[in-house]
Design a protein around this ligand. Structure first.
Ligand code: FAD
Ligand code: NAD
Length: 402
């Protein structure tokens, strides 16, 4: 090991940001060198990507420059793409260079999972990061401009198809319900010509969520023009349609967005970790099995909920809490002290249904409508505060009026 141990954090999402911030707060500069590697020079709020994709917020609002959060004398920032971790050599291979570590935190987040559905990768848009979300926003507006200026108008060009009604799909169509009337006004197009269709394989939206809340969400969205096709498994995605169900019905659209699921970063498989559905099932202290000095957190990890015998769902809430435990455990390793097991403090789940509506549970209590929408903004603002402090809350916080 070096005289001063080197802690390398891969990925500046919720997990990586929180780990690096806590390390800077709890370790002195003499105790360790801290390196944060990220593809971009900014962190983005993944939980706001559906708003970027619909165009209801500007992409810059969802970004925080890393150099504004971290003192470069304290955290060395490297903007590069991680390709592989060579565990035997304590080395990380980046696209443009490489680096060694004494302690490693893999917090590279999620990528969209197409489950190998034919044509999905080639023909659908994904809500995966800032760039992919901006593409969706621009494509939707392009379809409006094209429609307005074409002589032979094809109403299918205005249809927006969203595959999957998990939280991402539902929050996205909620934002579209806000944005589409605005675009119709801007381009003088009849609102009824624009279809927003959400296609889900299960017989209900948000298959594993509270039935009463789900019914509320469905009715709210339907009243604002969202159509649902439930029990409709997407078999294929073509350039202009989803192919759905056993009878291979084609649902045509000008914009096709896949929100059918996520998995862990491909860096995990490139690095030879044993994977379950694309992620590593970590030990209670968040280390990769059999690894003394490698932590895997956030959407790259399955953290077991021992009470229920299955992993906790991958969320920003969990990733942030992983970061706190991970930083504590690295400090414990540096001081030869015992590590602690991660304990999830579940504060609840709130899903937005547009600007002024939402639903969810907070500390076990069900919330609907404006109170849920207010709570959602509180959660979003709290996240900004925790990652970047008061400066970012004031600069980027959500104050959209209802
Ligand atoms: P991420 O936030 O995905 O961050 C990973 C970081 O690693 C990024 O900065 C990325 O640029 C970087 N990176 C990736 N690959 C590389 C590479 N090869 N090299 C270098 N850098 C790399 N969860 C909630 O709890 N509440 C919500 O309301 C909520 N809403 C959501 C809304 C949407 C639209 C989506 C898509 C997800 C939502 N989630 C929500 C889930 C939540 O966003 C994820 O669970 C969370 O982002 C995981 O955090 P993470 O730190 O593991 O990774
Ligand atoms: P998900 O896996 O939760 O939902 C995907 C949906 O797509 C499911 O309903 C599934 O049945 C459907 N689907 C899959 N294959 C299909 C097919 N062939 N045809 C039709 N439908 C199909 O994925 P997600 O919504 O991207 O969420 C990912 C994670 O992020 C989850 O853990 C979620 O809790 C979290 N998240 C949380 C929030 C929030 O708390 N507000 C918001 C967004 C995401």
């Amino acid at each position: 090991m070096n005289a001063k141990p080197k802690i390398v954090v891969l990925g500046a999402g919720y997990g990586g940001m929180m780990t690096a911030r806590k390390l800077t707060q709890t370790l002195s500069p003499e105790e360790a060198e801290i390196v944060l590697v990220n593809k971009h020079n900014y962190h983005y709020e993944s939980t706001w990507l559906h708003e970027v994709a619909a165009g209801t917020i500007n992409h810059n609002q969802a970004r925080i420059m890393l150099s504004d959060v971290f003192n470069p004398n304290r955290v060395r920032l490297i903007y590069d793409s991680v390709e592989e971790v060579k565990r035997d050599e304590n080395r990380v291979i980046l696209e443009n260079s490489e680096l060694t570590y004494d302690y490693l935190v893999i917090s590279l987040g999620f990528v969209t999972n197409t489950f190998g559905i034919k044509g999905m990768e080639e023909n659908a848009f994904f809500i995966q990061d800032i760039d992919s979300s901006q593409l969706i926003r621009d494509h939707i507006e392009y379809q409006f401009v094209k429609y307005k200026n074409s002589e032979e108008k094809n109403d299918d060009d205005l249809t927006i198809l969203v595959g999957g009604s998990g939280f991402t799909g539902i929050e996205f169509v909620g934002e579209l319900a806000e944005k589409v009337p605005e675009l119709c006004k801007k381009y003088d197009i009849d609102r009824y010509k624009v279809k927003i269709i959400n296609v889900e394989a299960a017989p209900r939206i948000l298959p594993s969520f509270d039935e009463e809340l789900v019914e509320y969400a469905k009715q709210s969205l339907e009243s604002r023009g969202i159509e649902f096709r439930l029990g409709a498994k997407i078999q294929e995605c073509k350039e202009d349609c989803f192919v759905v169900g056993d009878d291979h019905e084609e649902i045509k659209a000008g914009t096709i967005v896949w929100t059918g699921g996520v998995t862990g970063s491909p860096v995990l498989s490139n690095s030879g970790f044993e994977l379950t559905k694309g992620k590593v099932t970590v030990d209670g202290d968040l280390r990769a099995p059999g690894e003394d000095n490698i932590f895997i957190i956030g959407d790259c990890a399955w953290v077991m909920n021992e009470k229920e015998g299955r992993p906790f769902p991958p969320t920003a809430q969990a990733a942030t809490q992983h970061g706190i435990t991970c930083a504590k455990n690295i400090k414990a390793l540096l001081h030869n002290q015992p590590l602690e097991n991660f304990v999830f403090d579940d504060k609840g789940t709130v899903a937005s249904l547009g600007i002024s509506d939402a639903m969810g549970t907070v500390y076990g209590k069900k919330l609907y409508g404006k109170s849920a929408a207010t709570m959602k903004k509180v959660v979003d603002n709290r996240s900004l505060y925790m990652l970047g402090g008061m400066k970012f809350l004031l600069k980027k916080g959500k104050v959209r009026p209802f």
